[in-house]
Write a protein that binds this ligand. Sequence first.
Ligand code: PGA
Length: 250
Amino acid sequence: MRKNIVAGNWKMNLSHKEALSLYDSLKTNSNEMDKHTTVIVAPPSIYLSEFSKNKNEKIKLAAQNCSENENGAFTGEISASMLQSIGVEYCLVGHSERRAYFNETNELLKHKVEALLAKAITPIYCFGEVLKERESGNHFEVVKAQVSEALFHLSAEAISKIVLAYEPVWAIGTGKTASPDQAQEMHQFVRRLLSDKYGEAVAKEISILYGGSCKPTNAKELFANQDVDGGLIGGAALKAETFIPVINGF
Ligand code: PGA
């Protein structure tokens, strides 16, 4: 059975003191978190090493990005092997903010995914259409390209190790959530793409998360959908009081 996962993306937020305090309060309250849900936090990378040394069994760590290169003269970058060396288990790949502000393309993301898999770090591959694409009815085509161009060169064994996150860009940080039906429709579409390419047995084992203004008041109805296996949470992940109820939204 595929996993239920709730991941918190802290983005470029929180001072060292604030980040430690949030991490501590999540750890202190980890016994309140649904036992069957994998919980992940993705703090700014500068905090990862310290968090990793004070890890809690329940809360896994993710980076928000990594380089597609192995090592060398790439000032400012962090490699998959560096993440592996401090015990980071997951990494976001292709978040819409990275696609929009750092020009990340499907072709580049393909290499990031490979770099992570080579170090046994689970990529959380993000994709989703912008408002214009949805309004013009192109959202399925856009998502199909994002998923197939970055991932469909992988073997069935490799793709089984990936987590997917559908994040319609118009819903991120806007307070405007996709309806449960819109989320289910896209998740089902993506699972069908996976199934057509890799077969049903592989497709049904891959977790597909929803992201975009997911919060305590809507997590339950989103997670209740058959093909929605959890969430990638931004704003609501910045406070234990809002993140924990989302974790418990199944
Ligand atoms: P949001 O962000 O929950 O603040 O909309 C989600 C994300 O960008 O991962």
